[in-house]
Design a protein around this ligand. Structure first.
Ligand SMILES: Nc1ncnc2c1ncn2[C@@H]1O[C@H](COP(=O)(O)OP(=O)(O)O)[C@@H](O)[C@H]1O
Ligand SMILES: [Mg+2]
Length: 358
């Protein structure tokens, strides 16, 4: 069997640069070198693509480490209809695996560039990526599909105090404020008073031009791995239990505090709730036109038991302890096999336009 030329992208000019480097370390360690000729491209924080000449990843020790990016003098260029180029040479690329998260990387921008270059890639296309990244758009699509969401208002810097007053009137205190488009809980906070609401909004609007205001719920946080293009596999849900020291599942609980949260690859839920979560995850994935993979995140209101969709991540964390691969593994699909499936799904979908072959 001919080996596939697989190009792994990592780093990126997003707030989740560091997480991506950890995800990439794990992906590169698990890719089967009997199947793939792997090329890694590290994207710096300012968005420059650096070809990683040395296979630094082949000797990666185990553990959750962050992959470095070695700067190169000649950046890699994406060329319309002609793939990736480096120093006047076209790189052999059968498939791109963007192990990237967040703005510019997960929101359709990168996907559009890869489409223009004629390259197939792992994960959702432009529409699915951008619809999923914008929480107001995703939630509107889900509401139209009759799926359960937490009610919300969208605000921007030009909105007056009347919009905030209306949200407060509609939802009561406390409120939860977050950017429409961000990730890793960046810019998210709760507000108990009008003054806190102003502060929370200013913080959210540092990360995006629009923010969501929602009722702040006391919730269990459950999530589900979904895999596939037309034919979709949904894995049983897992649960994240943030440590009580954190007001919610904030950035510190996710990445800075080693005891920030307990991650359960299998959630302790009854069969009825499990089935509802899996059914809604399937419908939510399809409603935003997701392809390849997606992690669908839910809330269960601790008081009422009501189930809500929260968000969908089209390029979820892929570190050795990340929920997406762990929930797949708990459902019978191991990490290396999962990577093979993802590449297979990318090739099945193929390039958006046909690039001329080298
Ligand atoms: N309406 C809400 N009520 C209570 N907590 C919330 C609400 N929305 C978000 N959160 C908390 O904030 C975290 C991050 O919000 P989320 O919408 O998942 O954005 P991100 O893309 O940054 O992960 C959630 O995991 C949850 O802990
Ligand atoms: Mg989240």
């Amino acid at each position: 069997m001919d080996k596939l030329h697989l190009t792994v992208l990592y780093g990126g000019n997003s707030g989740e640069h560091e997480v991506s480097r950890r995800s990439a370390a794990s992906v590169l360690r698990h890719l089967d070198r009997d199947r793939y000729v792997v090329t890694a491209i590290g994207i710096s924080r300012d968005g420059v693509w650096h070809l990683q000449r040395d296979p630094v990843f082949e000797t990666l020790p185990s553990g959750d480490l962050s992959l470095t990016i070695v700067p190169s003098d000649h950046p890699v260029a994406i060329v319309p209809a002609a793939g990736l180029w480096h120093g006047g040479v076209r790189l052999a690329v059968d498939c791109v695996f963007p192990v990237l998260h967040g703005t510019h990387c997960e929101d359709g921008q990168l996907q559009g560039a890869l489409d223009t270059a004629g390259l197939p890639y792992v994960g959702a296309g432009v529409l699915g990526s951008s619809a999923a990244m914008d929480k107001a758009v995703a939630k509107s699509l889900w509401r139209d599909a009759g799926l359960p969401i937490v009610d919300f208002r969208v605000v921007d810097a030009n909105d007056g105090l009347d919009v905030l007053a209306e949200a407060q009137q509609a939802f009561g205190w406390p409120l939860f404020v977050k950017p429409c488009s961000a990730g890793s809980s960046l810019g998210a906070s709760r507000a108990n008073t009008p003054a806190e609401l102003q502060t929370a909004l200013a913080e959210a609007l540092r990360h995006d031009r629009r923010a969501l205001i929602e009722p702040c719920l006391d919730v269990r946080e459950l999530e589900c791995s979904v895999l596939g293009n037309g034919e979709i596999t949904v894995f049983p849900p897992g649960e994240i239990v943030p440590n009580a020291a954190h007001a919610f599942y904030d950035y510190e609980a996710k990445y800075a505090d080693p005891d920030g949260a307990s991650l359960h690859a299998v959630a302790l839920v009854d069969a009825t709730l499990q089935q509802s979560i899996m059914d809604i995850a399937r419908a939510a994935y399809a409603a935003v036109r997701c392809e390849g993979l997606g992690r669908v995140d839910f809330f269960v209101d601790k008081k009422t038991g009501q189930l809500f969709l929260n968000e969908i991540n089209t390029l979820p964390g892929f570190t050795s302890i990340s929920m997406y691969p762990r929930m797949c593994e708990a459902g019978g699909l191991g990490y290396a096999d999962l990577l093979d499936r993802l590449v297979g799904l990318a090739l099945e979908r193929g390039p958006a336009i046909r690039a001329s072959r080298p």
